[in-house]
Design a protein around this ligand. Structure first.
Ligand SMILES: Cc1cc2nc3c(=O)[nH]c(=O)nc-3n(C[C@H](O)[C@H](O)[C@H](O)COP(=O)(O)O)c2cc1C
Length: 144
């Protein structure tokens, strides 16, 4: 199995979350490519068995600006047979908009016919030690 982990970050929280996920994939001997979203060509997703997206949320539930092209291109793809999962760090101060980009990307992947590997994971701000069991579980569920 090979995997691609795509992240969007401004202040580093989502890149840290992506790194923690990649660390756990590596422990399970999954060869993983890490890519920043604005540098990621969705066409290349077809070469992977598993895609994990890790976006931040901005401006009351908005997608990262630098991820808008990726989001639009996703709508043109058929990812049948490919597994995906979405995780993200947001700020729970934003209430119902907490990590909204995670849910929006989840719906975009569902529309590609990719297979959802596990429930969306939402982390508040910097991933703390108390978040690690959730991240462990997220990756374990994906690899089941
Ligand atoms: C102007 C602004 C708007 C934000 N809007 C949201 C939001 O709607 N929902 C949310 O969950 N977090 C929101 N956040 C918080 C960021 O998503 C959060 O700090 C996140 O951890 C940043 O990730 P990063 O360090 O990878 O850039 C906002 C932050 C700023 C500065």
């Amino acid at each position: 199995m090979n995997a691609k982990v795509i992240y969007a970050t401004i202040t580093g929280n989502n890149e840290k979350l992506a790194d923690l996920i990649i660390e756990r994939l590596s422990r399970n001997h999954i060869a993983t490519v890490k890519e920043e979203i604005s540098l990621s060509d969705p066409e290349t997703l077809l070469n992977f068995d598993l895609i994990i997206l890790v976006p931040y949320t901005y401006d009351l539930g908005a997608l990262p600006d630098e991820g808008l092209d990726f989001y639009d291109d996703l709508a043109t793809l058929d990812l049948t047979g490919i597994k995906y999962a979405v995780a993200g760090s947001g700020d729970d101060f934003y209430g119902s908009d907490f990590c909204k980009a995670v849910d929006i990307f989840d719906l975009a992947f569902q529309a590609t016919n990719a297979t959802k590997a596990t429930a969306n994971l939402k982390i508040n701000l910097w991933p703390e030690a108390t978040d690690l069991p959730l991240i462990d579980q997220f990756v374990a569920d994906i690899l089941k």
